[in-house]
Design a protein around this ligand. Structure first.
Ligand code: NAI
Length: 321
């Protein structure tokens, strides 16, 4: 029999929970007994303006539907992340989960992108997640428990025309998460990234309606809750989620090529000659395609490179070592 993933007595902060994906997460956490801090600045898609209504409506919806406590917070993640944590502590006395979800878009081609558009998008997505997580971190450490879900994007992983600012911020969150996962592990603080695709005001004007109809935000929430639960041991991971299709994304290193570092032969021409081997994603007899998850995974390769005989004529394939 499958365990029921309850969040009773847990306190969950969700940024940008006044609409879109965040609202759905908030309702689902509440349904499972969590006390939720519904943070939302209530601004436009571009991040202009503010309004308490967005958060208030979701808090009311939670209270009416699930009879659990919820608290609204209207701070911007960029200006007063500590205030969001304070709302959780003042209202519920603790914080267990942070879902960094707040986001804005200011798209334009890179040639036309203004500094302000780049800075604002990085500020909300990346700096906002940093500031809120930083404010919650000492609490997580003290209680030896914490879950962080950061929201990346396909545009961050793969790039997307007109979204240099957004892509930079979103992939920045991947590196941020991977480091926090390592630093938090011993304190039972697990950190993961999701890469969603869902119907919301962010996508309704760019994705055709026949595809949008399959992209209910409710199809993203189950993974967010799973990653946030105390029973989950998953950390340091990236999950791509859309329309009910869930998968994991990881780094892959080609089997590669080790060059003799002799400056006479270690030239750009040597690289040209061995290019296919550098970008080869097939295992070689002594060197495999790998999926690194930490810096030290690089060490074996460096050791191999250093073992190359001094009289080697360069461009030695890894499989000849
Ligand atoms: P949305 O626009 O409906 O929700 C974002 C919410 O964040 C809004 O309610 C907004 O008021 C709030 N917000 C914006 N700036 C804020 C700030 N400084 N402080 C507090 N709240 C702020 O969009 P959606 O689609 O629900 O996006 C949620 C997250 O998912 C975002 O991080 C977005 O980049 C990400 N995402 C969404 C995808 C999708 O397909 N909808 C695809 C990939 C990523």
């Amino acid at each position: 029999m499958t365990e029921n993933l309850s969040f009773k007595d847990k306190v969950v902060i969700i940024t940008g929970a006044g609409g879109g994906l965040g609202r759905v997460y908030a309702l689902e956490f509440a349904k499972r007994g969590a006390n939720v801090v519904v943070n939302d600045l209530g601004g436009s898609l571009g991040g202009e303006g503010h309004n308490s209504r967005a958060a208030d409506v979701v808090v009311k919806e939670i209270q009416e539907k699930y009879k659990v406590r919820a608290a609204a917070n209207y701070d911007s993640v960029t200006d007063n992340a500590a205030g969001i944590v304070k709302t959780a502590i003042d209202s519920f006395g603790r914080v267990d989960v942070v879902v960094n979800n707040a986001g804005i878009l200011r798209d334009s081609s890179f040639a036309k992108m203004q500094d302000a558009a780049f800075d604002a998008v990085v500020d909300v997505h990346l700096n906002g997640a940093y500031k809120l997580t930083k404010a919650a971190w000492p609490i997580f450490k003290r209680q030896n428990f914490g879950r962080v879900v950061n929201t990346c994007s396909p545009a961050g992983l793969y790039g997307n025309f007109g979204q240099a600012n957004y892509s930079a911020a979103k992939l920045g969150l991947v590196g941020f998460s991977e480091t926090l996962a390592k630093e938090g592990y011993k304190s039972n603080i697990f950190v993961n990234c999701i890469v969603p695709l869902a119907r919301s005001r962010m996508t309704e004007r760019i994705i055709p309606p026949h595809i949008l109809k399959n992209l209910a935000p409710e199809k993203i929430a189950p993974m967010v809750l799973y990653l946030s639960h105390e029973s989950t041991k998953v950390t340091n991971s990236i999950f791509e989620l859309a329309a009910g299709y869930y998968s994991q994304i990881r780094w892959e290193r080609s089997s590669g090529q080790i060059f003799n570092p002799d400056p006479k032969t270690f030239t750009s021409e040597a690289i040209l000659n061995q290019w296919k081997s550098v970008v080869d994603y097939h295992d070689k007899p002594f060197n495999k395609v790998t999926h690194p998850i930490q810096l030290s995974d690089y060490n074996a390769l460096i050791t191999k490179a250093r073992q190359l005989p001094a009289n080697d004529q360069g461009t030695t394939a890894i499989n000849s070592l």
